[in-house]
Structure formats: C-alpha cells, structure tokens
Write a protein that binds this ligand. Structure first.
Ligand code: COA
Length: 332
C-alpha cells in the first residue's frame, strides 16, 4: 500500500477541501450517530481568520482510494500561548486501526515543533464516559488528560412562560440585562475585552498552565463584529451604579448545522458573583435565541466536570448530559 501525505490549502468550494472535511464528518458520525456535529469549509476558514490563528491542513491518501482516508489540521495561536498548538485529526471509519492516525499525528506534532511549539493542547469527545477510540488513541500517543468536560444538551423550544419564570429577579437599580443579536454594540467592546481576558483565566482549564489571553476592543471587534457566516447572540449584565458590563454569555449558530446552537463562553466577574447573574444572562440569551432562530432544536454546552456552579445553572435550565469531552496535553 502506497501512502501519500499531502498538505492542502483549505478553500471553500474546492472539491479536495470538501472531501477532507467529509473525513471528519464520517468519523464524527461513527462516534455520535446521525446528529453528529458538522461544519463547513467556509466557517473553518472564517473562524481561523477572525481568531487570528494559523492553520495548516493535511490529508492522507492511499492507493486505489480517491478520497482521503485521514484528515488533520495543525492550529497555532498568534496572540498568546503561541508555544501551545492544537491538532484536529480524524481517520475515516473504513480506514481506522491501520496506523494512519498514529502517522498523521506524528507528522502534525513535527510541524508544530518546527514552528516553535513546545506542547499540544487538544480535546476529544465521545458519547460514553470510558473506553472510546479517541481516549485510547490519545493515551497510546503519549498524551496526558488535563480536564474532563460534560457535554450537555437542551431540547428547544422551551416553554416561554416557564423560561421567563426561571429568570432570577434582579434589583433593577443594581443590574440590568442587555442582549445583542449578531454583533456587539461598539459601546460594549472595552468592557467585553476585560470579560474575555478574565474568561481565559477564570474558567477551569485543568491540569495545564495557560497564559491570560490578550484581549482589547479591536480583537473583540474582529472576532464578533466582522461579517461572518456564523450567527451569534450575546447577553450581558450591566452594573447600573458603575455603568460597566460585569457578565456575559454567547450562543452561536453555524451555517452547516442551523438546527444546533452552541454555547460559547459565560462569565460573571468575580466581584459580582453570587447574585444569579450567570443564570440571568443565560435565560435572557436563550429567550433571544428562541425568538430569533425558531429553527434551532438543540442548544449544546460543555463545562468542566468540576464546574459545579455552571452545571447546576444548566441543570436548572433543563440541560442533560450527552457526552464527555477530554482535554489532553503533550510536551513536544
Ligand atoms: C482516534 C482516531 C483518530 C484513531 O485513528 P486510527 O488511525 O484508527 O488509529 P491508529 O490505527 O493509528 O491507532 C494507534 C493506536 O491508538 C490506539 N487505538 C486507536 N483506536 C483504538 C480503538 N478503537 N480501541 C482501542 N485502542 C485504539 C491503539 O493503541 C492503536 O495502536 P494499535 O492499533 O497498534 O493497538 C480515530 O478513531 C478517529 O478518527 N476517531 C474520531 C475522531 C477523533 O476522535 N479524533 C481525535 C480527536 S481530535
């Protein structure tokens, strides 16, 4: 069997790029079934640009098979944690357990090493808590587990009256909730940058040291206020006496899977915790999602299994556990 490992330029509309993405989709379907997450080439390229990361895309072809049998991308941050790379790797289910994963992973690790990375930090997921292929593969490849996240799903629509009832009563002289659809008001951006900075250090990262992310208004603008195929809704809590934003949460809907909303970050500034602001922004955001995107049937979120506060908020909103995501690290 002759193997060919090639780098490709991921390009929307290009047949090779679509075949490459289909490897990830087929591997995902084998793990998660028909409801497996999908992406589009367009959104991967778009996201990479807005996140200012550097990605290289690789595929493995074998004799006699037209489509690639394995697909991977190396992901390098350019703003912070530049020595920590990511690897997104899948092997088509018809070609697993033949060593393609191992070889492609070794190649991607070498690419990252050559680009100055000293470690890899990535995640894998499965609908079962133990014994899935990705966990065995990561352990066999020298990765150590740094964190376990619970994947939680909520079926929509949620009864609007029940949702309104679950919103905590806030003292309107202290806090108000504001919501913005598909882009953030300019006036939010400075505060939102501080919230993003705190998010990068306050959310549990598990057994790995990561540097604070370097957010300013410009970076928030680039991430959230440039034209994108990804739709977003965000709710914030404003502290009325100071006028500052002190909590936020966002949800996105991606073009390849418009019936699924993914929960992004949620944070309440330390000084304002314990006042139900996390629940308040999440309930407001969910109500806005239902209003704006009635076609969404599921909201999906991930939280560290140790993040009992966030998981309690989710359970109260009706989320149930549908999978386990493991985060992995390896020194190169
Ligand atoms: C995880 C995955 C990439 C492995 O690819 P693969 O080509 O089948 O893996 P390899 O053949 O190179 O296996 C290397 C080693 O990993 C371990 N391994 C891989 N799959 C395994 C499985 N299903 N059960 C137990 N061990 C497994 C074994 O130790 C194996 O060595 P061995 O075959 O000599 O025993 C593949 O199952 C996949 O694409 N899964 C879905 C996507 C995913 O989870 N990607 C990883 C996260 S980004």
């Amino acid at each position: 069997m002759t193997l060919q490992l090639r780098e490709i330029q991921l390009t929307p509309g290009d047949a090779t790029s679509e075949a490459w993405l289909e490897v990830h989709h087929a591997a995902n379907r084998a793990v998660w079934g028909a409801g497996a997450q999908r992406a589009t080439v367009e959104e991967i390229v778009d996201l990479s640009g807005r996140r200012q990361d550097v990605r290289r895309t690789f595929g493995v072809w074998v004799d006699g098979v037209e489509e690639p049998v394995a697909a991977a991308q190396t992901i390098r941050n350019t703003r912070e944690n530049t020595e920590t790379g990511g690897i997104w790797l899948s092997v088509h289910p018809d070609h697993q357990r033949k060593g393609h994963g191992r070889r492609l992973l070794a190649h991607c690790e070498q690419v990252l090493r050559d680009e100055g990375c000293t470690r890899v930090h990535e995640h894998s997921g499965a609908p079962v808590e133990h014994g899935d292929a990705a966990t065995e593969f990561a352990l066999a490849s020298g990765y150590r587990q740094t964190l376990v996240d619970l994947r939680q799903d909520l079926g929509l629509p949620v009864d609007a009256a029940a949702l309104a009832e679950s919103a905590p009563a806030l003292d309107a002289e202290e806090y108000v909730v504001e919501t913005s659809v598909d882009g953030l008001p300019e006036e939010w951006l400075e505060d939102r940058a501080l919230l993003a900075r705190r998010m990068s250090t306050d959310a549990p990262t598990g057994d790995i040291d990561l540097a604070e992310e370097d957010w300013d208004a410009d970076r928030v603008r680039q991430q959230w206020n440039t034209p994108s195929p990804i739709w977003a809704v965000e709710s914030v809590a404003r502290h009325v006496p100071s006028g500052r934003l002190v909590a936020f949460t966002d949800l996105v809907v991606r073009p390849g899977q418009t019936d699924l909303a993914l929960q992004g970050d949620t944070l309440v500034l330390r000084e304002h915790r314990g006042r139900a602001l996390g629940l308040a922004v999440k309930v407001a955001n969910l109500a806005a999602l239902q209003r704006e995107k009635p076609g969404v049937a599921t909201v999906r979120t991930w939280n560290a299994d140790t993040n009992t506060h966030m998981i309690a908020i989710n359970a109260r909103m009706g989320f149930t556990v549908t999978g386990w995501t493991r985060e992995w690290a390896k020194d190169l």
